[in-house]
Write a protein that binds this ligand. Structure first.
Ligand SMILES: Nc1ncnc2c1ncn2[C@@H]1O[C@H](COP(=O)(O)OP(=O)(O)OP(=O)(O)O)[C@@H](O)[C@H]1O
Ligand SMILES: [Mg+2]
Length: 239
């Protein structure tokens, strides 16, 4: 193990995670014993066939759901021990979500969309504006701050969504098929932004079906039938 690895504490730690939907004969064992550590600054892609448990895992990582069994620690906190209110706070402040369908609020400007997590977080107006503009500048959209989602291309909308995910300086950026609705040029723009976030030391976990998207990550985890069957790091990242 290199010094770098020792220096990077785990942001996520999953131990023997199981997720079962339903009960009795109709129950589905969607995750069947996931062990996973993600270090600070890791850029991880999760791949796997349809029905393998990717979204189930993502929902757990994002604290949108609690595992039926096993321990999930996010930034050192066992999420099972948190109240609903504390969980909501963790979701708002520690996790930046990016979705396939952008999920921007229509008829609200890009700036207002990016400010939303800060409103929930109780940040004052002037500071909100400053942080949101800074996040928009980071994704190259400072000049579109006053545009509404329908006035932006799909790629630009996804960049706004990334700015919104970043504005709270979250511990973890979680992206579920972030390029699934984009053409190849926009996909490339989003991947470039994710690269620069990774270079800046952000922890990123993305789900993707696309080989070329996964290859940009520093680590690729493949799940199949609720289990991790492959976990490969690219050579560059561990030295
Ligand atoms: N709410 C639910 N209730 C019951 N079963 C569910 C529920 N959500 C998912 N499942 C089942 O759990 C398994 C894993 O589903 P999941 O959505 O995590 O797969 P996935 O890897 O995200 O697939 P895809 O690539 O198609 O999005 C599947 O067998 C699915 O049918
Ligand atoms: Mg899914």
């Amino acid at each position: 193990m290199t010094n770098l690895e020792i220096d990077r504490p785990p942001v996520l730690r999953l131990h023997d995670i199981h997720q079962v939907y339903g009960a009795g004969e109709a129950s589905v064992h969607a995750l069947r014993g996931i062990d996973l550590d993600v270090a600070q600054g890791d850029y991880v892609a999760i791949m796997g066939p349809s029905g393998s448990g990717k979204s189930t895992l993502m929902n757990l990582l994002g604290c949108l759901d609690i595992a039926s069994h096993g321990v999930y620690e996010l930034a050192g906190h066992d999420v099972r021990s948190l109240t609903e209110r504390e969980l909501a706070k963790v979701r708002n402040e520690e996790i930046g979500f990016v979705f396939q369908s952008f999920n921007l609020v229509p008829r609200m400007t890009a700036l207002a969309n990016v400010e939303l997590p800060l409103i929930y977080g109780g940040v004052r107006r002037a500071e909100r504006r400053r942080l949101a503009l800074e996040a928009l500048a980071l994704v190259g959209l400072a000049d579109r701050a006053d545009h509404q989602p329908q006035q932006l291309s799909g790629g630009q909308q996804q960049r706004v969504a990334i700015a919104r995910a970043l504005v709270t300086s979250p511990t973890l950026v979680l992206a579920d098929e972030p390029t699934g609705n984009l053409d190849s040029a926009s996909t490339e723009e989003i991947l470039d932004i994710l690269d620069s976030l990774a270079d800046a030391g952000r922890t990123i976990v993305i789900i993707t079906h696309e080989e070329n998207v996964a290859e940009r990550a520093h680590r690729i985890i493949t799940i199949s039938d609720g289990l991790i069957v492959r976990d490969t790091s690219t050579a560059g990242v561990l030295q």
